[in-house]
Design a protein around this ligand. Sequence first.
Ligand code: SF4
Length: 289
Amino acid sequence: MVKKMQVEIAKTAGFCFGVKRAVNLANKAPDKYPGLQIRTLGPIIHNPQVVNQLATLGIKQVGDINELGQGVVIIRSHGITKQLAQELEQRPNLTVIDATCPFVRRAQEIVEEMSETGYQVLILGELDHPEVAGLISYGDPQRTLVISKPADIPAEFFTKRKTSRIALLAQTTLSQQLYNKIVLSLLTIKGELRCFNTICTATSDRQSEALELAKKCDCMLIIGGRNSANTNRLHELCEERQPASYHIETAEDLQTEWIADKKTVGISAGASTPRWLIDEVLKRLQDLS
Ligand code: SF4
């Protein structure tokens, strides 16, 4: 039996600007290009429910450029590699809808510009994340490195006699604290350092608001795709403050015993979680209490 509880939803929960833009572009595509086959290259965003919903409109995903025929291809919000973008442009009978988030695009431009002007580029991020794969491709392979912690910074940066020129930027969804830590570690390098804080405020805003909620609530529910890096990070951060924090994808994942004796339940959601999924969780909580 669940007692009456108070539920608070983070104002920042759900779609960020870039994801909303990408999903809107995809939703409009069937009307804009009637009769044409529409595909996304990989999942358009890291949310299986949204990907399934688009599939019902005939917009399916392909894993490889060779699976694309004629028609329309939508590039996902966290972008693709430079080489792939060039290949797509050269394909006859293929229209490209570029849904790369403008913030990710800016980070790609920074990598390209810094690389071209001779900087060693350090990308703070997860090596296996598609956004990072895209970012690396804009740099000089000899002078572009992905790091995920201070220990990954090459020791020679601190000992080189010859002046080095280093540019740092981050995967847009990374934690601000980690970025700050890396900047501090790099302050003692021998040479010139340029830092570009490319962490999107959508991520940090969600993180600080979720942390505030986690401090005052007895239980936290974080809604979003299990394959969404920013949702997983939100969950990790909340769990540090409130051990009763649970990552769910849909209302069906919610287990009654998690909330049975709770007075206050906080809800946050990753930047790729649509509002309707949040509303379904809210409805289930209302039904249960
Ligand atoms: S989290 Fe930020 S960078 Fe990523 S898609 Fe959303 S608005 Fe763009």
